[in-house]
Design a binder for this molecule. Structure first.
Ligand SMILES: NC(=O)c1ccc[n+]([C@@H]2O[C@H](COP(=O)([O-])OP(=O)(O)OC[C@H]3O[C@@H](n4cnc5c(N)ncnc54)[C@H](O)[C@@H]3O)[C@@H](O)[C@H]2O)c1
Ligand SMILES: O=P([O-])([O-])O[C@@H]1[C@@H](O)[C@H](O)[C@@H](O)[C@H](O)[C@@H]1O
Length: 541
C-alpha cells in the first residue's frame, strides 16, 4: 500500500501537549451560561431573530423572536487525517508542501529576499475576529480566528490521498511549477515519499486531454460498489496508520479535476436507494466524485467538493442525511469570484445599481487545460455566475422582480501563464441622476497559492463541526439529546463559490455575511453574542 504522508506533531502547547490533546486555554468565557469540563464546553445561547409579517403592499409587522439553544463542544481535537482526491494536482501538491514548510518552520531564498512559511490566505490561520473590548481601556480586543474554539492545527494534519496520475508529490510539485526552487529543494525528499493511491477514473466526466495522466486508476468498474468499498478501505488504512497513533477521523476533500455535470435521472440518482443500486449496477451517469462522496458518507468521513460539478446529486444528500455524515461544497472561492462576492455586496448595499459584470480570465495550468473542454467549462461557468443572485434579489429598490445585471464569464487556456491566472473584470453601474460608474479590475491570481489555504480552512472547519452538537429548548425545557448540525455544511460557504445548503434553505453568497455566520456560530458555542459593531459604549455617554 502506497505510503501516506505522516505528520510528526511538532506543534506543541506550552505544557508539551500536541494539538491532538491540548484543551484550548487561550480563551475562558466567564458566564453563567458557559460551563467548562475537562472534555467539553457547554453553553446556553439565546438566538435572537426578527419574524416579519407582510400585512399589505409595502407594510410589515416585525416581531422579535428568541430561541434558546444548548451547544456542546468536544474539547479534544484528536488526531486528524486530510485525504485529498487529486492529491498530485497543483492544489494538492501545493497545500501539502505548504503544511510541511510550516511544520518545519522553513525559510528560503527568493529573488526578493528571504521568505518564511506562513498560512496567509487562510481565514482561520491568517485573520482575527473581534472578541470584545478591553475592560479597562474600552479598545477592541481582536484574537486569531483559530483560537475561538479548540481547532486542529494544520501542522498536525496527517495527509494522504488519491490521484489518477501516479506521479509522486515531489515530481507533482515540479509539474505544478508553483513553488520556488529553493523551497522545493528543502522538502523534496519528504514530498517524494508521498505517492497517491489509485483512483476511480471514468473518462467521460473530465476532458479527454486528461487521459495521458491516467496511469494510476482503480481496476474494474464501479459496479457492485467495488470502487466505493476500495475508497472506504483506503480511508480506514490511513486511519489505522501507525496503529498506536490511529487517527480519530479523516476529512476527505475533492481537489481533482472539474467534472461535467451529471444528469439527474429519476430512478438513478434521485434517491439514496436508487443511487446505491445504480452504483451497484455500474451505471454510467454516476461520476467519480459522487462515488467518493458515497464512500465517505458510509465511512463517516466529511466530504468536501472543491470543484464546481454537481457531485451532490439528490441521492447523495439523502444518503448523507440518513447517515448523519457531513458534506460540503462547491468550488473553492479563491480569486476572481471572491473579489466579486465582496465588490457586488459593497456596490449594491451602497445603493449603486450594477447593470453589467464581465468576467474574463486566462490561465495555463492543468485546471485551465481541463476547463478548455466545453462540458467542464460549463460546470465552472455555472458556479461563477450564480454568485450575485442573493445580493441582487435582496435589493428591491434597485432591481424589479426578476431583474438582474448582465453577467458573462469567459475562461481561456493560455499555457504560457501557468498557475498565475489573469482575471480581468469590468463592473458597470448606474449612479445618481443618470450617471455611470465603470470599475475595471486586473487581478493576477496565483491560483494554487490562493486555493491551498482554503483547503486548510475547509478541512479545519469541517473537522470542528464534527465536535459541535446542539439541542433546543421549547416550553422552557431542553430537548433530550444533543445532535449534530444538518449534514449539508452551509457554514463552509465563505470558502466556496456555489455554497451547498440544506434542501429548501436559501443560498447566501455575500462574503461579509458568510464570514459573519461562521464567526457568530463559533462565538455562540462559547456563549458569546454576535459582534454587532454598534459600539454604543463609544456613542452613549
Ligand atoms: N484557485 C484554484 O486553483 C481553484 C479555485 C477554484 C476551484 N478549483 C478547482 O480545484 C480543482 C483542482 O485544481 P488544480 O489547479 O489543482 O487542478 P490540477 O489539474 O492541477 O489537479 C487536479 C488533479 O486531479 C487529478 N484527477 C483528475 N481526476 C481524478 C480522479 N477521478 N481521482 C483522483 N484524481 C483525479 C488529476 O490527475 C490532477 O492531478 C479543479 O477542479 C479546479 O477547478 C481550483
Ligand atoms: O475562484 P475564481 O478565481 O473565481 O475562479 C477560478 C477560475 O476563474 C479559473 O479559471 C479556474 O481555473 C479556477 O479553478 C477558479 O475556479
Amino acid at each position: 500500500m502506497a505510503p501516506h504522508a505522516v505528520a510528526e506533531p511538532s506543534y506543541r502547547s506550552e505544557n508539551g501537549h500536541t494539538s491532538s490533546d491540548v484543551h484550548t486555554d487561550f480563551l475562558t468565557v466567564n458566564s453563567p451560561n458557559v460551563v467548562y469540563t475537562e472534555t467539553e464546553i457547554k453553553s446556553k445561547y439565546t438566538y435572537r431573530t426578527t419574524s416579519v409579517t407582510k400585512i399589505a403592499e409595502g407594510k410589515y409587522v416585525a416581531e422579535p423572536k428568541e430561541t434558546v439553544y444548548d451547544f456542546k463542544v468536544d474539547r479534544k481535537v484528536g488526531k486528524v487525517g486530510m485525504m485529498l482526491v487529486g492529491w498530485g494536482g497543483n492544489n494538492g501538491s501545493t497545500v501539502t508542501a505548504g503544511i510541511i514548510a510550516n511544520r518545519r518552520g522553513l525559510v528560503w531564498d527568493t529573488r526578493e529576499g528571504k521568505r518564511e512559511a506562513n498560512y496567509y490566505g487562510s481565514v482561520l490561520m491568517g485573520s482575527t475576529i473581534k472578541l470584545g473590548t478591553d475592560a479597562k481601556t474600552g479598545r477592541d480586543v481582536n484574537i486569531p480566528f483559530h483560537n475561538i474554539l479548540p481547532m486542529v492545527h494544520p501542522n498536525d494534519l496527517v495527509i494522504g490521498g488519491w490521484d489518477i496520475s501516479s506521479t509522486n508529490l515531489a515530481d507533482a510539485m515540479d509539474r505544478a511549477a508553483v513553488l520556488e526552487p529553493a523551497l522545493k529543494k528543502m522538502i523534496r525528499d519528504e514530498m517524494a515519499s508521498y505517492k497517491p493511491l489509485p483512483s476511480a477514473y471514468y473518462p467521460d466526466f473530465i476532458a479527454a486531454n486528461q487521459e495521458d495522466r491516467a496511469d494510476n486508476v482503480l481496476e474494474g468498474s464501479k459496479a457492485s460498489l467495488a470502487h466505493v468499498e476500495q475508497i472506504r478501505r483506503d480511508i480506514r488504512d490511513l486511519s489505522d496508520f501507525k496503529d498506536a497513533n490511529g487517527l480519530d477521523k479523516v476529512i476527505v476533500l475533492w481537489t481533482a479535476n472539474t467534472e461535467r455535470y451529471a444528469d439527474i435521472i429519476d430512478g438513478v440518482n434521485d434517491t439514496a436507494e436508487n443511487l446505491l443500486s445504480s452504483i451497484e449496477a455500474g451505471h454510467g451517469e454516476i461520476s467519480p466524485s459522487t462515488v467518493f462522496a458515497v464512500a465517505c458518507i458510509q465511512e463517516g468521513s466529511p466530504f468536501i467538493n472543491g470543484s464546481p460539478q454537481n457531485t451532490f446529486v439528490p441521492g447523495v444528500i439523502e444518503l448523507a442525511e440518513q447517515h448523519g455524515s457531513f458534506i460540503g461544497g462547491d468550488d473553492f472561492k479563491s480569486g476572481q469570484t471572491k473579489m466579486k462576492s465582496a465588490l457586488v455586496d459593497f456596490l449594491i448595499n451602497a445603493g449603486i445599481k450594477l447593470t453589467s459584470i464581465a468576467s474574463y480570465n486566462h490561465l495555463g495550468n492543468n485546471d485551465g487545460k481541463n476547463l478548455s473542454s466545453q462540458k467542464q467549462f460549463r460546470s465552472k461557468e455555472i458556479s461563477k455566475s450564480n454568485v450575485v443572485d442573493d445580493m441582487v434579489e435582496a435589493n428591491s429598490v434597485l432591481y424589479k422582480k426578476g431583474e438582474h445585471p448582465d453577467h458573462t464569464v469567459v475562461i481561456k487556456y493560455m499555457p504560457a501563464v501557468g498557475d498565475n491566472k489573469r482575471a480581468l473584470d469590468e463592473y458597470y453601474a448606474e449612479i445618481f441622476m443618470g450617471g455611470h460608474q465603470t470599475i475595471s479590475l486586473f487581478n493576477v491570481c496565483e491560483d494554487s497559492l490562493l486555493a491551498s489555504p482554503l483547503i486548510i480552512d475547509l478541512v479545519i472547519t469541517a473537522e470542528m463541526m464534527t465536535r459541535i452538537s446542539w439541542k433546543s429548548h421549547s416550553d422552557g425545557r431542553a430537548s433530550d439529546d444533543y445532535k449534530g448540525f444538518h449534514s449539508v455544511l452551509s457554514v463552509l460557504s465563505y470558502m466556496l463559490k456555489a455554497p451547498l445548503t440544506p434542501p429548501g434553505t436559501p443560498v447566501v453568497n455575500a462574503l461579509a455575511k458568510q464570514r459573519a455566520a461562521l464567526t457568530n456560530i463559533f462565538r455562540a458555542c462559547v456563549g458569546l453574542e454576535p459582534e454587532s459593531d454598534m459600539t454604543l459604549e463609544h456613542k452613549l455617554f
